[in-house]
Design a binder for this molecule. Structure first.
Ligand SMILES: Nc1ncnc2c1ncn2[C@@H]1O[C@H](COP(=O)(O)OP(=O)(O)OP(=O)(O)O)[C@@H](O)[C@H]1O
Ligand SMILES: Nc1ccn([C@@H]2O[C@H](COP(=O)(O)O)[C@@H](O)[C@H]2O)c(=O)n1
Length: 237
């Protein structure tokens, strides 16, 4: 090894793999994107992939409550995720899916599709391949990153927040677009979390070695700062 290459190898920080899990509305996407951008890491929104495959099922007339039909079609759509944290993208068979995957129809159907083992196997493989290709490292967010997708991640975070705080955050987002009723928003969040936590295959769960951060009383900036500090501590350990 030449002196220059040897010095570069010694000074460049090793790729860091971070998994951020937690229930809906706890701040996973906002935190993960900002942390990845600050530290020069890639960013992967695995929820967007589950939403994308759900959108494809709905668009192709597949009954999302028919697990056998969903399983049979699991390998058909091509899902591509762009991992630039300042402009993440998601396409299905080459079509931009960023808008359609955020509709109420997809949100209501996604837990049923994501409970199908064949769907999880397919997306877990894709997620691991994306993480393996991230040169400086990656922040991957979802529900089963610490437990199943990346069990050897350098740092695992499990974000939580009260259902009231999460509903208030979501209602703020939806204002002027769809229903803004706080109680209905909270009920929908709780229902989706229950479905995600209750499925047999890789449910929403905190990994034993994850750091839990309750974001209820924290601003987004405080959560970002907390996660950046945890990553820096791991890197220097
Ligand atoms: N600590 C915080 N304080 C106030 N608002 C926050 C905080 N964290 C996130 N938010 C806001 O809450 C909303 C939900 O955040 P975000 O989409 O990041 O959550 P999420 O955990 O990724 O949700 P989901 O799992 O449903 O995709 C966003 O409008 C975001 O700006
Ligand atoms: N690792 C993951 C990520 C997501 N899901 C499922 O996708 C739904 C949508 O996720 P959002 O983060 O976009 O809200 C979520 O409710 C889960 O059903 C998953 O199973 N595993």
């Amino acid at each position: 090894m030449s002196d220059t290459v040897e010095t570069a190898a010694r000074t460049a920080p090793a790729a860091v793999i971070v998994g951020i899990d937690g229930p809906s509305g706890t701040g996973k996407s906002s935190t993960s994107k900002a942390v990845a951008a600050k530290l020069g890491l890639r960013y992967l929104d695995t929820g967007a992939q589950y939403r994308a495959i759900t959108w494809w099922m709905l668009s192709n007339g597949i009954d999302v409550n028919d697990a056998a039909a969903v399983a049979e079609a699991a390998g058909k759509p091509e899902i591509v995720s762009g991992t630039d944290p300042s402009a993440p993208t998601i396409t299905v068979d080459g079509a931009d899916a960023a808008g359609p995957i955020r509709t109420q129809e997809v949100t209501s159907a996604v837990s049923a599709v994501s409970a199908v083992p064949e769907i999880r196997t397919r997306l877990t493989e894709l997620q691991r391949a994306i993480a393996a290709e991230a040169p400086a490292g990656i922040v991957v967010e979802g529900r089963d990153i610490g437990t199943t997708v990346l069990p050897d991640a350098d740092l695992k975070i499990f974000l939580t927040a009260s259902a009231e705080a999460r509903a208030a955050r979501r209602s703020g987002e939806l204002k002027g677009k769809e229903a803004t009723d706080l109680a209905a928003t909270q009920a929908a969040l709780v229902k989706r979390d229950a479905a995600d936590s209750g499925r047999k295959t890789s449910p929403l769960a905190k990994a034993g070695d994850a750091v839990e951060v309750d974001t209820t009383e924290l601003t987004l900036d405080q959560v970002i700062e907390c996660v950046v500090t945890l990553i820096e501590e791991r890197r220097s350990a």
